[in-house]
Design a protein around this ligand. Structure first.
Ligand code: HEC
Length: 185
C-alpha cells in the first residue's frame, strides 16, 4: 500500500468513528473502497440528524447540528476526492469509471458539497448569534433563565434559510450520485 494512502486511512477511520460513532462494516469491502463507503454512510447519518432537527422530529440542538455540518464539510472537497485513487473499482464498490474520465467534474461536485455545507454552517451560526444577542438582552434574559441557548430553535425566517441551505447540500449529494455512482439494482 502506498505510504500516503496508509496514513490517510489511519487518519480517516478513527476520526469518522469519533464524529458519529456509526462506522458500519461493509460486507466484503476493503481498503479505500471501505473507507469511502463508511465516509458516505457517516455523511448520510449526519444529513439525517440535521433533517430530523429541521423537521422537529428530534429536539433542536445547534451544537449537534453544527458538528454534523462540520463533519460533512470536513469530509467533502479534496478530503473526499482523495478517497478515489485512479480506477479503485473493486467490488462491492458502486463507483462508476466515469469518475476518472471526468475527474475535474468529480472534483467540482465534491467541492460543491463542501461549499454547500459551509454555507449551511454560516446560516446556522448567524442564527445562533442572533439568539445569543437576544437572550443577552436583560429585558428578555429573565424569561430564558439558565436555558442553553443552543437548544433554542431559530425563528421561522432563519429556519427557512437553514432549510434552503440544507436542501442545497442534499442536491449536491444527489447530483454527484446521478453522474458518478452506479444505480442500485
Ligand atoms: C463528489 C461525489 C459525491 C458526493 C458529493 C457525495 N457522494 Fe455519496 N457516493 C459517491 C460515490 C461515487 C459513491 C459510491 C462509492 C463506492 O461504492 O465506491 C457514493 C456512495 C454513497 C453511499 C453508499 C455507501 C455504501 O455503503 O454503499 C451513501 C449512503 C452516500 N454516498 C451518501 C452521500 C451523502 C448523504 C452525500 C451528501 C452529504 C454524498 N453521498 C455526497 C459520490 C458522492
Amino acid at each position: 500500500m502506498k505510504k500516503a494512502l496508509f496514513v490517510l486511512l489511519m487518519c480517516a477511520v478513527p476520526s469518522m468513528v469519533l464524529v458519529t460513532g456509526v462506522a458500519v462494516a461493509h460486507k466484503g469491502a476493503s481498503g479505500v473502497v471501505k473507507t469511502r463507503m463508511e465516509t458516505m454512510k457517516n455523511m448520510a447519518a449526519n444529513m439525517k440528524l440535521i433533517a430530523q432537527m429541521l423537521r422537529d422530529q428530534i429536539a433542536f440542538d445547534a451544537g449537534k447540528m453544527d458538528q454534523a455540518a462540520m463533519a460533512i464539510a470536513n469530509h467533502s472537497g479534496t478530503a473526499l476526492t482523495k478517497l478515489f485513487p485512479k480506477d479503485s473499482l473493486h467490488p462491492p464498490s458502486e463507483a462508476r469509471a466515469e469518475i476518472w474520465r471526468q475527474w475535474p467534474a468529480f472534483q467540482t461536485a465534491s467541492e460543491a458539497l463542501k461549499q454547500a455545507a459551509e454555507q449551511f454552517l454560516k446560516e446556522l451560526r448567524a442564527a445562533q448569534a442572533k439568539i445569543k444577542k437576544e437572550t443577552n438582552n436583560p429585558m428578555v434574559r429573565g424569561s430564558f433563565g439558565k436555558i442553553d441557548v443552543n437548544l433554542l430553535p431559530p425563528d421561522d425566517k432563519e429556519m427557512k434559510r437553514l432549510e434552503a441551505a440544507f436542501a442545497a447540500m442534499g442536491k449536491s449529494c444527489k447530483s454527484c450520485h446521478e453522474k458518478f455512482r452506479l444505480k442500485k439494482q
